[in-house]
Ligand binder design. Structure first.
Ligand code: FAD
Length: 445
């Protein structure tokens, strides 16, 4: 049996801890905040609106794995559009109604094979017109960096092939369920994997996993240092207390790990990895189904690059007869959007939303703003080789970096779940006392 310490009680840390316990190891989870769930937290306001940190869609497969398969509501519909030149185009098929986009996309298919920067990748796969007018402006607003400076690997984050997307959309129509497209890469997508929403919010998934951990989770306990001795983890220091450990699983942002590690410089290259902050402006509005689709991508002409009216999929997130529209604004900490008051942000968004909903001001009920300093990993080309190396491990014996920010990958909760389970299994399989720990797990079951 090994002694393991897990940093962070978001889904990654909790799943890592549960998997370690199942394999017979002793686990302590240390969470800096006074509550668990991390990015999967939901806020409910006094007017009866619920807000996730950015709209969250999860799958029935994740809910089942967490043990809350029967405590969820089925999401019946999900759809995306693009707003271009003052009109909606259904994503992805509607965009191909434009002859210029079709011609350039077909030409691109014939020329395919370009690697290099994200700009090259998108032009090769989507064609110049579609890339330059839609994909690249969105990518740049999302990342806060020019597409020429981003690695081609961001393309891996785009959902599968057009043919598969069209098939899964058709399956959604037939089954009356929002079939999940592009949400999970660790397991195959198919018509039986669809969106659900936990009755008590997304954090229920984390609470369900934590419930099985039997007091192993300590909140309000930030880890101040991870001690490394001779290239091997020796333990952590938290709230001034030293805790010995054979394994430390960190879910902290990987660019913070170098300053936490005491006794090794192996993680120094990750210090320069950048995350994109976001300002989420949730407008509370009278009425329902105000936008053409659940998600509307806005490549240009507005401070936001994406609008989400989650209540079209999940009406229970707002009181009856009301809705909310989330405006995603890419920012840098301290810039004009980051520093703007909530009322000014609402005003800015309303001004730009009148093109989409002409009477939006008459519908306005209030605003809920969230500023997230670490929202998306930025895949800069300059550190792409280091990013890829991280997938093989931290280079320190007994230190794993898992989860969305720990792996520095734009992954959603289901991928976080399965990838973390696999990482822990792989680590356990490499332990000399593997047979002892496995038999320990069996005897406890
Ligand atoms: C805008 C946005 C929209 C999203 N939409 C979806 C969606 O629709 N569907 C979906 O499935 N997923 C979505 N996600 C992704 C999902 O929220 C994350 O993948 C997931 O919650 C990440 O979990 P995690 O455990 O890896 O990290 P986190 O939730 O960030 O947990 C890490 C924890 O570690 C703690 N911590 C950090 N440093 C320390 C320290 N030194 N000591 C102790 N504790 C520490 C933090 O306080 C935190 O609680 C979205 C994410 C964003 C940002």
């Amino acid at each position: 049996m090994s002694r393991a310490v897990v940093l962070g009680a978001g889904i990654a840390g909790l799943v890592a801890a549960r998997q370690l316990e199942r394999l017979g190891h002793h686990v302590t989870v240390l969470e800096a905040n006074d509550s668990i769930a991390g990015l999967a937290a939901t806020t409910k306001d006094a007017d009866g609106f619920s807000f996730d940190l950015g709209a969250h869609f999860v799958t029935n497969r994740l809910a089942a794995a967490a043990g809350i398969g029967s405590e969820v509501r089925t999401v019946r519909y999900y759809g995306e559009s693009v707003w271009l030149d003052g009109r909606y185009y259904t994503y992805p098929t509607g965009l191909l109604r434009s002859p210029a986009m079709v011609a350039s996309a077909v030409a691109a298919r014939l020329r395919r094979g370009t690697t290099g920067t994200a700009a090259d990748w998108f032009r090769a796969v989507y064609g110049r017109a579609l890339a330059d007018r839609v994909a690249l402006p969105l990518l740049e607003a999302w990342s806060g960096a020019p597409a020429e400076e981003l690695a081609a690997s961001v393309g891996d984050k785009i959902p599968s092939s057009l043919a598969q997307t069209v098939f899964l959309r058709a399956a959604a129509k037939v089954t009356g369920r929002a079939v999940a497209i592009g949400y999970c890469h660790a397991l195959p997508q198919n018509a039986g994997v669809y969106h659900v929403y936990p009755n008590d919010g997304v954090a229920t998934i984390c609470r369900a996993v934590a419930a099985g951990l039997d007091g192993a989770v300590r909140t309000s306990t930030p880890v101040e240092a991870i001690t490394v001795d001779g290239g091997r983890v020796a333990g952590v220091r938290a709230n001034g207390e030293a805790i010995e450990a054979d394994l430390v699983v960190s879910t902290a942002p990987v660019n913070r790990l170098p300053s936490l590690v005491d006794g090794s410089d192996a993680l120094a290259p990750y210090e320069r990895f950048r995350f994109r902050p976001m300002v989420f402006v949730n407008l509370k509005l009278r009425g329902t189904a105000l936008l053409r689709d659940v998600v509307v991508w806005v490549p240009s002409g507005a401070p936001f690059f994406r609008l989400t009216e989650a209540t079209q999929s999940m009406p229970w997130l707002a009181p009856e007869g009301s809705t909310s529209v989330l405006c995603d604004i890419g920012a840098e900490i301290g810039d004009a959007h980051w520093s703007m008051s909530d009322d000014d942000l609402a005003e800015l968004c309303l001004e730009h939303l009148t093109a989409f909903v002409p009477d939006i001001r008459a519908r306005y009920l209030g605003v809920h703003v969230a500023r997230l300093p670490i929202a998306y990993p930025v895949f800069l080309k300059e550190y792409e080789a280091d990013r890829q190396r991280l997938a093989d491990g931290t280079g320190i014996d007994g230190l794993l970096s898992v989860g969305r920010n720990g792996e520095f990958d734009h992954i959603l909760m289901e991928d976080v779940y399965w990838r973390t389970v696999r990482r822990i299994q792989r680590w356990d399989a490499g332990q000399p006392s593997r047979s002892a720990s496995s038999s320990g797990a069996r005897s406890r079951a």
